[in-house]
Design a protein around this ligand. Structure first.
Ligand code: GLA
Length: 355
């Protein structure tokens, strides 16, 4: 476990943390609206090894990131610089703000998580770093608290106003299962994935951007919709309230409609998974894609074409996954037909690639 660390820092690491990437199956842009989400961890992982740095003052963080071939050193007081190191420093700042003493530490980070694919390489990094720190410093943090610190690193330091889904998926998710999370109560339930279907993640060829301004804009639009409706959160509405939304100014009405209908799709999707009804689940994925495309407007033409192709070649459901504005689709494909399906989709969409 220590070879990368030892190679860079000349001594063995003292602790390690790992965390997976995720795909979201249903429930997009609902997490910062107190809503429901349904992510699942993927096989891709980020690992962080850590040790105390001798002879440096408290709060100095040095990290080597193998995917970038870079080593950076910063202090907790330094401003963000728009690079991968912001995520690492942001985690330690969040720990400091939570009242934990942060000594000088060095970290070595390795990862096979593709970046810009919309499968949350950032949350995998945060949760891996925080798990490594938890072990090294013997911190009394449970997995939900740890996820919240990862989210805080992004909200308060990186400048991405993300919700809690990705960090919860990285921190609590179990491989091969979906994690049903109510972001209002933080209640979780593990739900089985449909048997005899395979989840496909196909990147459209255009990267999803790290701190996309559009994401933060969507969040503000939801807040504006709540203010106009006189409610605290879009979670307070149900599909019975859809008529009320028609009186909102655009684009606020359609933004709110996406969130309200998407929450319903998560609940229906969880019921379908429990009933082993893959067909209904696939239909909900398709509806979710249309809602993201038309109401929430977070898709791009390359993603829409990819989702169409996925369906045409036999996926039972296909949708944009993650924050949007590029990145990947997730599709549910009958296992026995997977290889032929993938080849046909990639032939249709030469810029796309399987993740
Ligand atoms: C990004 C954010 C999540 C969530 C999704 C959209 O991945 O990090 O919190 O809002 O976008 O569902």
């Amino acid at each position: 476990m220590t070879s990368l660390y030892e190679g860079v820092f000349g001594a063995p690491a003292e602790a390690e943390g790992r965390a997976p990437a995720r795909a979201n199956l249903l429930g997009e842009h609902t997490d910062y609206n107190d809503g429901f989400v349904l992510p699942t961890p993927l096989a891709y992982e980020t690992a962080a090894t850590i040790g105390r740095m001798k002879g440096a003052p408290d709060g100095i963080i040095e990290a080597h990131a193998a995917p970038f071939g870079e080593t950076k050193r910063r202090s907790l007081g330094d401003p963000p610089q728009g690079d991968w190191m912001d995520y690492v420093v942001g985690c330690f700042r969040a720990l400091g703000e939570a009242g934990y003493a942060v000594p000088a530490v060095s970290l070595a980070i390795s990862s096979d998580v593709p970046m810009g694919a919309g499968i949350s390489s950032s949350a995998a990094l945060e949760v891996a770093v925080l798990r490594a720190a938890r072990r090294l410093l013997d911190l009394p943090l449970d997995d939900v608290e740890l996820a919240r610190l990862g989210q805080k690193a992004e909200n308060a330091y990186v400048g991405m106003q993300c919700g809690i889904m990705d960090q919860m998926a990285a921190s609590l998710g179990q491989r091969g299962k979906a994690l049903f999370l109510d972001t209002r109560t933080m209640a979780t339930e593990t739900v089985p994935l449909p048997e005899s279907f395979r989840l496909a993640i196909i990147h459209c060829g255009k990267a999803h951007q790290l701190t996309a301004g559009d994401y933060n804009t969507r969040r503000r639009e939801c807040e504006a919709a709540c203010a106009a409706l006189g409610i605290g959160s879009l979670r307070d509405l149900d599909t019975g309230d859809l008529e009320r939304l028609e009186r909102l100014e655009e684009p606020l009405g359609r933004r709110a409609r996406h969130v309200v209908t998407e929450n319903r799709r998560v609940l229906d999707g969880v019921a379908a998974l429990k009933a082993c009804d893959a067909g209904t689940f696939g239909r909900l994925m398709d509806e979710s894609h249309r809602s993201q495309r038309d109401d929430y407007q977070v898709s791009i033409p390359e993603i829409d074409a990819l989702a169409d192709s996925a369906k045409r070649h036999g996926a039972i459901g296909a949708r944009l996954t993650g924050g949007g504005f590029g990145g990947s689709i997730v599709a549910l494909v009958p296992s026995g037909r997977y290889d032929g399906w993938r080849d046909a989709v990639l032939a249709d969409r030469p810029d796309a690639r399987e993740i």
